[in-house]
Design a protein around this ligand. Structure first.
Ligand code: PLP
Length: 401
């Protein structure tokens, strides 16, 4: 056979080589153990355990029966964009119009599309550390050079405004914040958002806020970046239904952006997604307009789980947790009982059959933590905590579970 010129693989594809391997290693091993019949409790993933509320499901079914199973506009169905615009207008002094919104199949794709439209490979983006692990794939795909801003454990990883501002240089193209945040559940205040918006505006830098946990708050109501910012021309907001409406598998997210960006986002959506399914967008529009009851129900349940988990952790020897203000996770500190969160997570899986995410996956500053999901019912969380307590007390953890 004659020698063949190697077929090409893009730089983008190569930038994603090895993506996420380490972060999910414990979880992947737990899945393998479970597949082999072992008794493993999975506390890694932030995928709501609640079923999607039935009325939403029936809306999708009815839409399918109405033949809403064809191509849809790249920017998104008008009815869904109007529903998002209503929500945004209700929570912000700035009116929001359906034209300011582009629909994407989930927040992840929305973020990828935003960064693809505002950054070139090699551009710098400032991001607080710890950060949502999914950003790494998005940044790598676009070729973004991240400038992490380490937050302090003593301040419970609250945003450090001075450090954020100091990290912005001539090379910075964008800043991203995540409020409420994954993994720590911190919420930015109106004042903080306004200050960062004003500063980035002055510096000619985009400010993106990822607000996918906006409806899962336990203390005070979420304040969106659009509500806090005085000027909106550098402000981009990403949200979606995966978490708040237990609709992770429906893949619906959106971007609210200034008019200078919307056509670019729409063009990219047209070139890549070519329109999200009509019947899913119909159901999503219904979900946003009829969600008060079940969003509140889910939020209350997450709160109960948070209170249970934090109290239970703080009763145990050597580990501790702060109570998060929002979101779907509790961060547990492990430095008194293990060399790192990674070592702890591996031991917890091996000795107790419980899988959690090592904190190093979110940033160096959380290397002595593990992240525990609230997306499991209290009885499962209770079993997992009993096993962990037995392990820490030197008893046979598996028997205790
Ligand atoms: C902070 C944050 N942003 C975005 C996403 C992406 O959500 P989706 O793509 O399901 O909308 C997640 C999912 O875990 C997340 O935690």
């Amino acid at each position: 056979m004659s020698a063949q010129k190697p077929l090409s693989i893009s730089q983008l594809a190569h930038r994603l080589d090895g993506e996420a391997s380490e972060v999910w290693a414990v979880h992947d091993r737990a899945l393998d153990m479970k597949a082999q019949g072992e008794d493993v409790i999975l506390l890694c993933v932030g995928d709501p355990d609640f079923p999607t509320p039935e009325p939403i499901f029936y809306q999708a079914l009815a839409a399918m029966k109405r033949d809403r199973t064809h191509y849809s506009p790249a920017q998104g169905e008008l009815a869904l964009r109007q529903a998002v615009a209503e929500l945004e207008s209700k929570t912000s002094p700035h009116p929001c119009d359906a034209d300011d919104i582009v629909i994407f199949p989930g927040g992840t794709n929305a973020l990828y599309s935003v960064f693809s439209c505002i950054c070139n490979a090699g551009d710098e983006v400032v991001v607080p550390d710890p950060m949502y692990v999914g950003y790494c794939g998005v940044f790598d795909a676009v070729g973004i050079k991240t400038v992490p801003v380490p937050l302090k454990a003593e301040a419970n990883f609250a945003l450090d405004m001075d450090a954020m501002k100091a990290a912005i240089t001539e090379n910075t193209k964008a800043v991203i914040v995540n409020t409420p945040g994954n993994p720590c559940g911190n919420m930015m205040s109106r004042e903080e958002l306004a200050e960062l918006a004003a500063y980035t505006h002055e510096r000619g830098v985009w400010l993106i806020s990822d607000e996918v946990y906006s409806m899962i708050t336990f203390k005070q109501r979420h304040v969106s970046l659009r509500a806090a910012a005085a000027q909106l021309d550098n402000v981009i907001m990403v949200d979606g239904l995966s978490k708040s409406h237990a609709m992770s598998g429906w893949r619906i997210g959106w971007v609210v952006a200034p008019q200078s960006l919307v056509p670019h986002l729409t063009n990219l959506a047209g070139a890549s997604v070519f329109g999200c399914p009509q019947f899913i967008q119909d159901a999503a529009a219904f979900a946003l307009r009829h969600d008060d009851y079940y969003v509140a129900q889910m939020r209350d349940e997450y709160k109960k789980r948070r209170d249970f988990l934090v109290a239970r952790i703080n009763e145990m020897p050597g580990v501790s947790a702060e109570s998060p203000d929002a979101g779907m996770f509790v961060m547990m500190r492990t430095d008194k009982v293990a060399a790192s969160g990674q070592v702890f997570a591996e031991r917890l899986l091996d000795e107790a059959g419980v899988s959690v995410v090592p904190g190093a996956g979110f940033g160096d500053v959380t290397a002595d933590y593990v992240r525990i999901t609230l997306a499991q019912p209290i009885d499962i969380l209770a079993q997992a905590m009993a096993r962990m307590a037995a392990m820490l007390n030197g008893d046979s953890a598996r028997v205790a579970g």
